[in-house]
Write a new protein. Structure first.
Length: 136
């Protein structure tokens, strides 16, 4: 995540602000995601759950691909489905940074795939139709 200095020789820092949205899993759990550009996310470090998304209507997004990464920047830089997601209309990356362990990330990834039914995901799918997210 990017930080900007707030004075005192850089002793205080505040994350740059990004729009926030909520995505719902198949089990009804809601999780907050920052909306960033694919380019910006490539410079981030740290583990994350991410969604390649397209804006279906104003304030409503559709998941094209859901994944998890131990280190988000390198994962997006070399992602094998990024070009295909963009060709299917993905315009932004939605990033969840609060799932700290691998098991938390995989559980959230699985729940999102089952709840949203993104077309580029092959594993963890079920037969339910996808649910839309709701902007805060």
């Amino acid at each position: 995540m990017s930080f900007r200095s707030l004075g005192l020789s850089g002793l205080l820092a505040e994350p740059l602000h990004h729009p926030i949205t909520q995505w719902q899993t198949a089990h009804g759990q809601w999780a907050p995601f920052s909306i960033v550009s694919f380019t910006e996310a490539q410079s981030w470090t740290g583990s994350a759950v991410y969604i390649m998304a397209t804006e279906a209507k104003a304030g409503r997004h559709t998941a094209i691909y859901v994944g998890e990464a131990e280190d988000i920047g390198p994962r997006i830089r070399s992602h094998e489905r990024l070009a295909e997601a963009i060709s299917r209309g993905a315009t932004s990356l939605h990033v969840h940074l609060l799932a700290e362990t691998y098991s938390e990330r995989v559980a959230l990834e699985r729940g999102l795939i089952q709840g949203q039914n993104p077309p580029l995901n092959k594993q963890h799918k079920n037969r339910n139709q996808g649910l839309f997210n709701i902007f805060e």
